[in-house]
Structure formats: C-alpha cells, structure tokens
Design a protein around this ligand. Structure first.
Ligand SMILES: Nc1nc2c(ncn2[C@@H]2O[C@H](COP(=O)(O)OP(=O)(O)O)[C@@H](O)[C@H]2O)c(=O)[nH]1
Ligand SMILES: [Mg+2]
Ligand SMILES: [Zn+2]
Length: 362
C-alpha cells in the first residue's frame, strides 16, 4: 500500500503556499517530496513527516555542477533512496569562498550555500569574549543579503549584573531588529523565542563556536538533543562540537537549525544587506553635498560630519566601508566569471563559424 503525503503533513515541516504553487506549476507529486534534515558530502537524512531515512544524491546532481546540490533545509524530489533533484529554493543562506578556486582549474567557486528555505535567523552572540558589535553588523549584512529576517540573541546574560547595557548598545547598531537576552542557566529570555518556532516556521542559528547555540536549542527543545561544549574559563570560548548542520523538528511545531560555528563570513555578492544594516549611514548620505559622495574626504559630507559630532561611531563607518569593499570585490569577481563564461561561449561560436567558412571554400 502506498502512503500518500498530504500538504498538511509537509506544512508541519515548513512547506508553505510558495512551495504549494511551485508544486502545482511543475506537476510535482507530493508523495516524492522530502526535506533535508542534515547533509553530508554524499549522504543526506531526509523526512517526509511520516519517516526519516538516509539517501544519496543521483548521478545527475553529482555531475552537473550547475544543478543545486542538496543542503540542509532543501526540499527535494525523491526516488526511493535517491535524491533526484532540489526543488527551487525560496532563499539560500550562503557565503563566499574567500578568493578560493574550485577543484577544476578555472572554475571560480563563487558561493557556498550553507542552508536553504529559512524564515528567521537567530544571530547568536555570547556576552563573554564572543561579544563583538562589529561581528553582529557583519552577520546582519549577511542575513539581509540572503533575504532573511534577523533576530539578535545575546546569550549568557547570567554572566553580568546588568546585561541590559549590552542590549542598549546593540540597539544602536541594529535598528528595529528584535534583541533577546537569554540565559540557559536561569532560563531567562527563552519564552520570548518560542514565538519564532511556530508551526511551519524554519529558523536557523548563526554565531561563533561557543556562543551557546546548541545550549539554546536544547533549552528550547526541553531536552538535551544537541551536544554542547564545556567552556574553558581561561579562553572564554567553547570548543567546536556541532559538526554538521541539523534541522530539528521542534515540539513547538517549527524547525530549528543548529550550525557549527562560522569562523569567517565572506560575502558572495553584493545585495541590499548593507543598506538594510546601515540605514543610518544611508539616511545621513542623503544630506551630503555631492550625490556620489564616498564619505572619505569630500567637503560637505554629512556622514563624516556625523562622525565628528559623535552621532556616528567611527568604527561603525569603517566596518561599513570594509564590507562595502568586500561586496564590491565579490560582485566584480562574479561579473568577471560570468563575463568569461560568455566569452567562452562566443569563442565556441566563432570557431564554429570559421569551421563552416572553411568548409565553404572547398
Ligand atoms: N553562563 C552561561 N554559559 C552558557 C550559556 N549558554 C551556553 N553556555 C556555555 O557555553 C559553552 C558553549 O555552548 P554551546 O551551546 O556548545 O555553544 P555553540 O558552539 O554555539 O553550540 C558551553 O560550555 C555552555 O555551557 C548561558 O546562557 N550562560
Ligand atoms: Mg554547537
Ligand atoms: Zn558623504
């Protein structure tokens, strides 16, 4: 007897109207749909709401580099234990591979997808040595660039007598972003997070190793399901223990993705991440004398003026500039390799024409 999968069952795994329409348009049979819970190189754990099973990628996915390779959070089309293809993603959490080149000579690996189809991203930052407003700005830019909604979580609030000072500071660099102070020692702030885990919602956590992500996942789940590290008090950092991205179906009904700590965040493209993260600088820039002001040495620069008057932090402006340069570089690299693909295509066409012309002569 074949088991039929209903949209309701998939809805509990994050399937929504967007995918329902896609399925109708593409004639997708829901009985073949599953969601990737964790992804290793050649093996994936998937679920369809009735069962979880291990599977492998099809040869086509493995050999055609232009096809999406499954990542955690992907919706996939299954044929028994084989992933046939990845259903087009709603969004992708991806970072650039800083300056690295693909294994095949000449192919530039522009971006590395980490996870897909995410609604909310918890930017998790510990209130110990992990705390770094510039890094929070960087995570924000990344999350906005990927078209997701950020929530900032400041963990280990129990380490301070007045942790609210940190919230106040973060508020000045992350306008309108919800900020939640939590502690897994006394459970504070946890209730505020349950709301993000409503049925059908997918939330991913980003943060350094040792920030407290897995501890948070355990607390929210109500049970120790993720391994956590013991902090070495001298360093104030946890050891790296979460090794694979894992999507957890939470008792609240939503899905929560734990991640290994991310050491380096490189941008894979420019997007609206900077505008969204640095809306204060954008607003100031509107008052610069020159419309194309670079806020460096120009007279009448409202941004530099704001730094002088103490309204805008120098470090914040520098961080903005740094990320702007990085994104421009990544974008140029993208455009360059797109340009090369195009050139190669034309080279092929030109050679074909030459060949035909030669034939005509004889
Ligand atoms: N004091 C305190 N320590 C915490 C809290 N949350 C996590 N930790 C500790 O921080 C270390 C790293 O936590 P873990 O959840 O493994 O971090 P992850 O690498 O982000 O998954 C562990 O030793 C935890 O016990 C907290 O709210 N308060
Ligand atoms: Mg962890
Ligand atoms: Zn300016």
């Amino acid at each position: 007897m074949t088991l039929h999968i209903s949209p309701e069952t998939l809805h509990q795994l994050g399937w929504n109207d967007h995918f329902e329409r896609l399925a109708t348009d593409q004639g997708i049979n829901l009985d073949q749909v599953a969601r990737v819970l964790s992804a290793q190189r050649n093996q994936f754990l998937v679920t369809n709401g009735h069962r979880e099973w291990l599977c492998t990628p099809s040869g086509i996915i493995r050999h055609h580099r232009q096809l999406d390779y499954p990542v955690t959070g992907d919706w996939v089309l299954m044929d028994e234990n084989v992933v046939k293809r990845v259903i087009p993603r709603k969004n992708t959490l991806c970072r650039g591979e800083a300056g690295s080149r693909g294994k095949q000579a000449g192919t530039v690996q522009r971006e590395q997808p980490l996870a897909a189809n995410i609604d909310t991203v918890f930017i998790v930052s510990g209130l110990d040595r992990d705390y770094n407003p510039r890094r929070i700005e960087r995570f924000l830019a990344l999350v906005y660039n990927c078209g997701m909604t950020p929530v900032i979580i400041l963990t280990k609030a129990d380490l301070h007598e007045s942790p609210n000072a940190f919230r106040d500071e973060v508020e000045t660099i992350a306008f309108g972003v919800p900020i939640v102070l939590t502690s897994t020692k006394d459970g504070s702030g946890i209730d505020e997070l349950h709301g993000y885990l409503n049925i059908g919602q997918t939330t991913s956590m980003l943060g350094s190793s040792g920030a407290g992500k897995s501890s948070l996942a355990n607390m929210l789940y109500g049970k120790d399901i993720q391994a956590t590290a013991t902090v070495s008090t001298s360093v104030g950092k946890g050891r790296h223990t979460t090794t694979s991205r894992e999507l957890i179906v939470m008792p609240q009904g939503g899905l929560l993705m734990d991640n290994p700590g991310i050491r380096e965040i490189a941008f894979s493209k420019s997007g609206d991440g900077l505008e969204a993260t640095f809306s204060d600088i954008q607003t100031l820039a509107e008052s610069c004398r020159f419309a194309n002001c670079l806020h460096q040495l120009e007279p009448g620069c409202a941004v530099l003026h704001a730094v002088d008057s103490g309204e805008l932090m120098q470090e914040r402006l520098e961080n903005y500039r740094k990320m702007q340069r990085e994104m421009e570089y990544a974008q140029a690299r993208n455009d360059k390799s797109a340009d090369r693909v195009e050139k190669e295509r034309w080279k092929g066409v030109a050679m074909e024409i030459k060949r035909l012309e030669k034939r005509k002569k004889y």
